[in-house]
Design a protein around this ligand. Sequence first.
Ligand SMILES: Nc1ncnc2c1ncn2[C@@H]1O[C@H](COP(=O)(O)OP(=O)(O)OP(=O)(O)O)[C@@H](O)[C@H]1O
Ligand SMILES: [Mg+2]
Length: 333
Amino acid sequence: MNKLLEVNQLKTYFFTDNGTIPSVDGVSFSIDKGQTTAIVGESGCGKSVTSYSIMRLVDSPGKIVNGEVQFEGKDLTKVTEKEMRTVRGNEISMIFQEPLTSLNPVIKIGNQLDEILILHQKMSRIKAKKQSIAMLQKVGIPRGEQIYRSYPHELSGGMRQRVMIAMALSCNPKLLIADEPTTALDVTIQAQILKLMKKLTEDYQTSILLITHDLGVVAEIADRVIVMYSGQVVEEADVFTLFANPKHPYTRGLLASTLQLDEYKGNLDTIQGNVPSPSNKPTGCYFHPRCPVAKDICRKEMPQLKNLEQTNNRVRCWLFEDEKEGLLHAENA
Ligand SMILES: Nc1ncnc2c1ncn2[C@@H]1O[C@H](COP(=O)(O)OP(=O)(O)OP(=O)(O)O)[C@@H](O)[C@H]1O
Ligand SMILES: [Mg+2]
């Protein structure tokens, strides 16, 4: 009812000279209004490609080959490029990992902010300037007027990231996608930026899709967590359950290696081995070669993503196959 975004069986493949790479391999999840959802998982598991697919920014040789991205009654995989540009400017915004690459180095911050408002909200130049300076103040930039007249290189990394957030929120988007928004920043600034994002989304009722490999960040800001492994969702839960009672052996390994929790020490405290190459995935469950509790069936058959105990929480693991709850999606990936 309260769903803002629903991703269904999304598959995004890269068609390279060396073969087809199924980077996003049948991903399904949904995001509620006003909620912060985090996607976590090791490097290469498909987090960024998932978010680029939602925004339809996947470049050749990548292509969405299957699935839906339902947003406000539209399937974004099907709308025209013109409609998609409107969605990108007004309804879904994205913050990238390195703000320097997404700010134009030769245009003053203020003009870049103004442009968005003039283009998407059809504001007059005078009104846009006022709104831009107000936005800079809202994201915690003290001398808004001065920063308005600065070039990107004149700002620190933390300031640039704040400017990016101001830009992303200036059109009052319904969904903000933030791909590792704080990775390039030091820990103190990182905490400030996260707090700021949280506060701004509370004020504006924006939903956030936060992509990160940092579980500390997740604990601080997320309501729900999606754990990805090798192009698939392996677990999805509310943040409390995920930390208190992680189900999938991969999630348990991730938590243990990040948080060094005593109860997970032992053979699960680090995850042995590497993420499989997307072009050469193992048979059965993709995680089985690294799983400390793999059974015979795990080597042969892919488990499905199942709801647990009448909750919205889901896990893709043969350990939980015996539970009685019905299948949510008959996945064939
Ligand atoms: N342009 C491309 N051409 C070929 N393969 C690609 C391309 N972009 C991504 N991939 C493949 O898709 C897979 C998923 O990449 P993605 O960038 O989504 O990972 P990620 O989870 O965001 O990792 P990280 O934490 O390092 O950002 C990777 O294995 C990568 O090799
Ligand atoms: Mg990435």
